[in-house]
Design a protein. Structure first.
Length: 312
């Protein structure tokens, strides 16, 4: 994989993200540049679907680094996140040694607790550089993991090392580029946050979201893209929904309508496809019907006359 030097300035960071199709604002580019320059983990917080995970993916792709992803979940433990021993292979090694008459327990213990039998999970993989280049280590949705695992991460983030009782301490020659994301389903302890630079990833404004749709859904007409973005922006600002649609849902909806050959937002088709945009039945019922038609009518009134659909 071809490696790219780290961006030398905020503008270079903006250009790097833009070149990969990620429409970032300057505040995000600034904190990302600082995280790279200061070699500090970047802690990204925000609602689901606003593009936090994508930042790590884009960073790995543009810098030519390996992306190592640790998807967090309730009950995540050391064996799943850091390492475990290949017990079946160790048992075979023991049986072979016994058959050969090798019964010295010290030698046998040293033999089976060798790196040959070590299964490396994401944390351990992230501490190993590939061709001298540190990987991008994405710790995704940390808020889903237990507090005990969060406490374990302090050693990794503070010293870029993990301790394996049978082998000792393994330290990274080059610290990984760490991106931590959380959807804020619970608070993360200050001790971990202090080791990171922080950025809140918010929903984009209309202009930036429209540019995202243009780039990610090139098959959508200009009118459809503008209508979809205007509709979603109104939902976020005016409707008290259980789960506001993120950018990911905006892109899904624009793609779905484009696949159905829609060139503008039609109330009936919007109603039929609302499940692409909203993921809870209560939210769908709240928006569907007269409310949906009112939003579409408002969009029509606000849209520039130049964008109107030509008569057939």
């Amino acid at each position: 994989m071809s490696q790219t030097p780290l961006p030398a300035s905020i503008d270079d960071t903006l250009g790097l993200m833009d070149g990969a199709g990620y429409v970032a604002d300057r505040s995000l580019a600034t904190v990302l540049h600082l995280a790279l320059k200061m070699r500090r983990p970047l802690f990204l917080e925000g609602e689901a679907g606003v593009g936090k995970t994508e930042i790590a993916k884009v960073l790995a792709a543009t810098l030519g680094r390996d992306l190592i992803r640790l998807q967090c979940y309730e009950g995540l433990d050391i064996a799943s996140a850091v390492y475990e021993w290949n017990y079946p292979a160790q048992m075979v090694e023991i049986r072979v040694a016994e058959a050969a008459g090798k019964t010295d327990h010290a030698d046998l213990s040293k033999s089976i607790f060798d790196e040959r039998f070590l299964i490396k999970r994401p944390v351990l993989q992230a501490l190993e550089s590939s061709n001298g280049a540190a990987p991008v280590f994405l710790i995704d949705e940390l808020d889903r993991a237990d507090e005990a695992f969060e406490a374990f991460l302090l050693e990794v983030l503070a010293d870029n090392q993990v301790s394996i009782p049978e082998l000792g301490t393994i330290t990274a020659d080059t610290p990984p580029i760490v991106i931590i994301t959380t959807n804020r389903t619970r608070e993360i302890h200050d001790a971990l946050k202090r080791r990171c630079l922080y950025h809140w990833v918010d929903y984009p404004d209309a202009e930036r979201e429209l540019e995202i749709v243009r780039r990610k859904v090139p098959g959508a007409s200009e009118r459809l893209a503008a209508d979809v973005v205007a509709f979603v922006q109104k939902l976020r600002s005016e409707e008290d929904l259980f789960k506001q649609p993120g950018v990911a849902e905006t892109l899904d909806w624009a793609t779905a309508l484009s696949e159905l050959n829609e060139i503008a937002l039609d109330p009936d088709m919007a109603s039929d496809t609302l499940g692409v945009l909203l993921k809870y039945q209560d939210d769908i019922e709240r928006v569907r019907g007269s409310k949906l038609r009112q939003i579409v009518d408002d969009i029509r009134k606000d849209a520039p006359r130049a964008q109107s659909v030509p008569a057939v």
